[in-house]
Write a protein that binds this ligand. Structure first.
Ligand code: SAH
Length: 266
C-alpha cells in the first residue's frame, strides 16, 4: 500500500451512499479538492482542522466494497465512518431515530448447505464487528446530537430532530443486502429468517456489511451510523428523498462534527 509519509496525518474517510446524505458535510468542507477515481468522486479537505476524505459509494454491497477499497488503497485513510439512512427493523426503532452499528451481517448471503445461512464463506464468521472504540465515540456523537438543548436553533440536527419528538439512539446489529426492503411482508420474512438463526437486527440497509468486511481484511477501524428513514414496510418509498434532504443530511453533518470533536479530545 502506498500510504503518505508517516509525519502526515492520515485522513478520516466519511462515506455515504447518496449525494443527498453527503450534502450537509460538503457544506462544512474546507479547502475542498475533488479527486475522481474508480468511477467515483472523492472530496479531500479538512473539517474543523481534521484531514478528511468524503466518499460517495452509490448503492449496494459491491459499490460500497469498491469505494472502501479505494479509500484505503488510494487515500491511505486511517479509519472509515459511514453515515447514511436505513430502514427500521427492530420493534422500537422508529423513523427519525438513529442506529449506531455494533456489528454487521449480510442478510442475502446464503451458501447453505456448504456453510450456515448468512455465514461469509471461508471467513468462519457471520457477523463483522465495528471498531469498538470508534463505535463508542460515534454513539456519544449521535447521543449528543439528539440530547435536548433549549438554545438550539436553525436546521442543524437538533432542528431536524424536533420533528421527531423522543427520537432515540440505538446500538446493535445492522443487516445489509442488495435489496431495498419495502414491504411489511418482506420485512417480517427478513426478521424471521434472522431470528431463526439467532440474530436480531435493528436496521436494514445496503452497504454496511460490505464495508465492514473490507475493513476487516485491511485492519482499518470502521464504524457506521444510520438515520432511520423508513420502517422497511409498504410506505418505505414514500418521502424517502425528502427525508434524506431535510433530516438525514443534517443529522450526518452534526454527528460527524461531534465525532471529530471527540476524536480531537482523545
Ligand atoms: N430512492 C433512492 C434509492 C434509495 S436505495 C434513490 O432513488 O436514489 C436505499 C438507500 O438507503 C441505500 O443506500 C440503503 O443503504 C438505504 N436504505 C434506506 N432504507 C432502506 C430499506 N428499507 N431497505 C434497504 N436499504 C435502505
Amino acid at each position: 500500500m502506498s500510504f503518505p509519509s508517516s509525519d502526515h496525518v492520515r485522513p478520516t474517510a466519511i462515506l455515504s451512499a447518496l449525494l443527498a446524505e453527503q450534502r450537509g458535510l460538503m457544506e462544512l468542507l474546507e479547502q475542498p479538492l475533488k479527486v475522481s477515481h474508480a468511477g467515483r468522486d472523492f472530496w479531500q479537505g479538512t473539517l474543523h482542522g481534521h484531514p478528511v476524505v468524503l466518499g460517495l459509494c452509490k448503492i449496494g454491497k459491491v459499490a460500497a466494497a469498491t469505494t472502501a477499497t479505494a479509500l484505503i488503497e488510494r487515500f491511505g485513510v486511517q479509519r472509515i465512518v459511514f453515515t447514511g439512512v436505513a430502514g427500521g427493523l427492530g420493534a422500537a426503532v422508529r423513523v427519525g431515530d438513529v442506529v449506531v452499528a455494533t456489528d454487521f451481517l449480510q442478510h442475502d448471503l446464503d451458501a447453505s448447505p456448504l456453510f450456515a445461512r448468512y455465514e461469509v464463506p471461508l471467513y468462519g464468521r457471520t457477523r463483522f464487528a465495528g471498531d469498538p472504540a470508534l463505535t463508542a465515540l460515534l454513539f456519544s456523537a449521535a447521543s449528543r446530537m439528539l440530547a435536548p438543548q433549549p438554545a438550539a436553533t436553525g436546521l442543524n440536527g437538533q432542528g431536524a430532530a424536533r420533528q421527531f419528538a423522543g427520537a432515540r439512539v440505538h446500538q446493535g446489529l445492522i443487516a445489509s443486502g442488495d435489496r431495498f426492503v419495502s414491504g411489511a411482508g418482506e420485512s417480517r420474512h427478513l426478521r424471521q429468517g434472522l431470528a431463526d438463526a439467532g440474530h436480531e437486527a435493528l436496521a436494514v440497509e445496503m452497504e454496511g456489511a460490505a464495508v465492514a468486511q473490507v475493513c476487516l481484511d485491511y485492519g482499518v477501524p470502521f464504524a457506521a451510523v444510520r438515520t432511520i428513514s423508513d420502517r422497511a414496510d409498504d410506505d418505505a418509498h414514500v418521502d424517502f428523498a425528502q427525508f434524506v434532504d431535510e433530516v438525514a443530511s443534517h443529522y450526518a453533518h452534526e454527528i460527524i462534527e461531534n465525532l471529530l470533536d471527540l476524536l480531537s479530545k482523545k
